[in-house]
Design a protein around this ligand. Structure first.
Ligand SMILES: Nc1ncnc2c1ncn2[C@@H]1O[C@H](COP(=O)(O)OP(=O)(O)OP(=O)(O)O)[C@@H](O)[C@H]1O
Ligand SMILES: [Mg+2]
Length: 269
């Protein structure tokens, strides 16, 4: 029997049968993984800024972020920091451990920039007396508001012990990332991570989740101050793919012909 011609919706359905969508965010899509407790994280080319008020599709961004997040997560794992990363599957996808996300953006700052510089009237690039860890509550409708640790504990988003663990994890990530970036002539100004909970027997622990990429870091060339991160998109400073490619090249993680890869999954009719 011949199958009737599939229209776009049917062919999408045909594909989705193999892989169930779990969540579609602004920059990534999560699918059910091959084993319980795993997910497939797909990196899109979509870029958003200012709480999704500004949007664009940037050719090749997803491929670069998939590679870069793999590079950072495997490096961090090698120094003993637990992460959700299991392995890269292809140009745009990686297999990860499913976690219960702690609903916080954990931000580490070494130099004033972005919202901190604005809030405190500081010049961007001013060195901070020490790394500062801050938290914003993950809620797009509220614009991810900055929250004190006191709120986090009072509202039960995480315990005091969790917060102590999160701060020490964030500072270890900062030290490793700062050193690695310094080694390739880049200053790690600030970055954001997400952490999540995994359960093992009767215990739970917190591991690094989501992504680490130029979407979630501020990276400035040490010599020239040139921005090599998502601010290039936020502030219209040039070609974002070129900036991310530069970071990937310096770190030696550039897949060749990265900008010539298809930007969207293709539907097979
Ligand atoms: N290991 C994981 N297990 C479960 N969820 C995860 C894991 N890693 C990341 N996530 C979540 O997957 C989503 C990734 O998608 P994306 O980053 O595009 O979301 P987003 O548009 O930024 O929205 P959000 O406000 O939910 O982060 C995020 O919600 C993130 O918290
Ligand atoms: Mg996100």
């Amino acid at each position: 029997m011949t199958r009737p011609m599939a229209g776009p919706a049917q062919s999408r359905g045909y594909h989705m049968a193999r892989r169930k969508l779990v969540y579609e965010g602004k920059a990534k899509i999560l699918y059910e993984g091959p084993e319980p407790g795993t997910l497939v994280q797909y990196f899109k080319d979509d870029a958003t800024a200012f709480n999704a008020e500004k949007k664009a599709v940037i050719d090749g961004k997803g491929v670069l972020n998939n590679r870069l997040s793999e590079f950072f997560m495997t490096g961090l794992a090698a120094i003993g920091i637990p992460t959700h990363f299991i392995r890269r599957l292809n140009m745009r996808e990686q297999l990860i451990r499913q976690v219960e996300i702690v609903p916080l953006e954990v931000i580490v700052r070494n130099f004033a920039a972005g919202s901190m510089a604005k809030r405190l009237g500081m010049e961007e690039g001013t060195a901070l007396p020490r790394p500062i860890v801050e938290f914003s509550y993950k809620d797009d409708a509220l614009g991810d508001p900055l929250v004190p640790e006191e709120y986090v504990i009072a509202f039960g988003w995480a315990s005091q012990q969790d917060m102590d663990d999160i701060v020490s994890l964030a500072l270890r990530v900062n030290d490793w990332m700062s050193g690695v970036m310094f080694g390739v002539g880049i200053k790690l100004v600030d970055f954001k991570i997400e952490v999540g909970r995994v359960y093992e027997n009767d215990f739970s622990r917190l591991i690094l989740a989501d992504e680490i990429s130029p979407d979630s870091c501020r990276l400035w060339d040490i010599e020239t101050g040139q921005k090599l991160d998502k601010d290039v998109f936020r502030r219209d400073l040039g070609n974002l793919t070129d900036a991310y490619t530069e970071v990937a090249k310096r770190l030696g993680v550039l897949p060749s012909n990265v900008t010539h890869t298809p930007t969207k999954p293709t539907l097979i009719n």
